[in-house]
Design a protein. Structure first.
Length: 211
């Protein structure tokens, strides 16, 4: 993808690399997060619609929700959008996206994100929670789960939705207090459980105080 120097024999570009990957186990069992799954999903969306991901997001999410500024996708050496990371957007527009999630995927009378899809993520089947509880991700988000491209943790009165990036990027959405929080930062380590938990608790405290 270009994040690091290319090794001899590496495929050029994300999609050629995806074609070299084979499954390690049958579907089911303990949850394992792999960012390449998001890349595959992005490729499926592009093939199904015949549009680039940037155009899809612009037409179906960014413009309808009323974004104030253009966003940008990082691309691989072939110009393919990297679907698992590399989105650049202002904090204000990320907060506007969080408000869209908070309002059940709608802006006014227009439904932008299917409400059923959001409910399925917020209130998943029990086996989803069980699969996450035994995973390597569980210590990062105790009692949480991963569903429909979002992370979740339990709140005081219902689930909290999180969009997480490496080095501390976070979008926090807590429906029970109608709190949306955005944090843009650059931790030294890609993941830091202590700072992650402290950030979540800080947003929760702000939400309680304002509510």
């Amino acid at each position: 993808m270009g994040w690091a120097p290319r090794n001899h024999g590496d495929p050029l570009g994300m999609y050629p690399y995806i074609l070299t990957i084979r499954g390690e186990q049958e579907h089911g069992g303990t949850f394992v997060y792999r960012s390449i799954d998001s890349d595959v999903l992005g490729w499926v969306c592009e093939r199904a619609t015949g549009q680039r991901m940037a155009d899809l997001v612009a037409a179906r999410v960014w413009e309808p929700m009323g974004a104030f500024h253009d966003a940008e996708f990082a691309v691989d050496p072939l110009g393919t959008a990297i679907h698992d990371g590399g989105l650049s957007a202002t904090a204000r527009d990320l907060a506007r996206f969080g408000l869209l999630l908070l309002d059940g995927g709608s802006v006014g009378s227009r439904q932008i994100i299917p409400a059923m899809w959001l409910r399925d993520a917020l209130y998943p089947p029990a086996d989803i929670m069980d699969a996450f509880a035994g995973s390597a991700s569980a210590p990062y988000l105790p009692g949480g789960w991963y569903r429909n491209q979002f992370w979740f943790v339990p709140g005081d009165e219902g689930p909290i939705m999180l969009a997480l990036g490496i080095h501390g990027q976070m979008l926090f959405v807590e429906p029970s207090t109608r709190t949306v929080g955005v944090k843009l930062s650059s931790w030294a380590a890609p993941q830091d459980p202590a700072r992650l938990h402290a950030t979540i608790e800080s947003f929760r405290a702000i939400g309680r105080a304002l509510a």
